[in-house]
Design a protein around this ligand. Structure first.
Ligand code: APR
Length: 171
């Protein structure tokens, strides 16, 4: 098990310089609260205009747009599962979010990518389990994709930061 290429930080994802930052969006892709709201505010109206052309996004899938006023060149929007107790395929859908983002990253030659803790806010996914899935998929992506250099988990509170730090100590 290796964590090289994975970083955890506690900061606002909209201030991060990476090739791509990931947005925890909803199925409409037309903005919302949480990190979705922060990204749309920081990126500016051009982002919403482009999102309107995408026709939404099913849970577990991802769509890519320009970064507009963000430092990142790209924004990858993914829609995580709402936590309903864990027996409605939530783990599989969350894992699929990460894989969908990584496959768009590969297609666009993205070398550095920052993620929020998808689904762990409004969508209520338990932080520990979500962090385990995120770290597992990140390790897999780094092993499979030689052009991917850095995956950064941008935590927005200390509970989330602790969940990721712990997940990184596990095999
Ligand atoms: N930078 C980094 N992380 C952030 C930021 C930010 N600026 N703002 C919030 N977060 C964190 C939250 O603290 C949480 O840990 O992002 C994580 C995901 O929380 P949400 O943004 O609530 O996303 P999610 O749980 O996936 O719910 C998605 O919320 O905002 C709406 O439109 C969105 O309907 C969708 C739903």
């Amino acid at each position: 098990m290796t964590n090289s290429g994975i970083q955890v930080t506690e900061e606002d994802i909209t201030g991060i310089t990476a090739d791509a930052i990931v947005n925890a969006a909803n199925n409409s892709l037309l903005g919302g609260g949480g990190v979705d709201g922060a990204i749309h505010r920081a990126a500016g109206p051009g982002l919403l205009a482009e999102c309107r052309t995408l026709g939404g996004c099913p849970t577990g899938e991802a769509r890519i747009t320009r970064g507009y006023n963000l430092l990142a060149a790209w924004i990858i929007h993914t829609v995580g599962p709402v936590w309903r107790g864990g027996s409605q395929e939530e783990p599989e859908l969350l894992a699929r979010c990460y894989r969908s983002c990584f496959s768009l990253a590969r297609e666009h030659g993205i070398r550095t990518i920052a993620f929020p803790a998808i689904s762990t806010g409004v969508y209520g996914y338990p932080k520990k389990e979500a962090a385990r899935i995120a770290v597992r998929e990140a390790r897999q992506a780094l092993a499979e994709n030689g052009q991917l250099a850095t995956i950064l988990f941008a935590c927005f509170n200390s509970d989330t930061r602790r969940a990721y730090d712990k997940a990184l100590t596990e095999p």
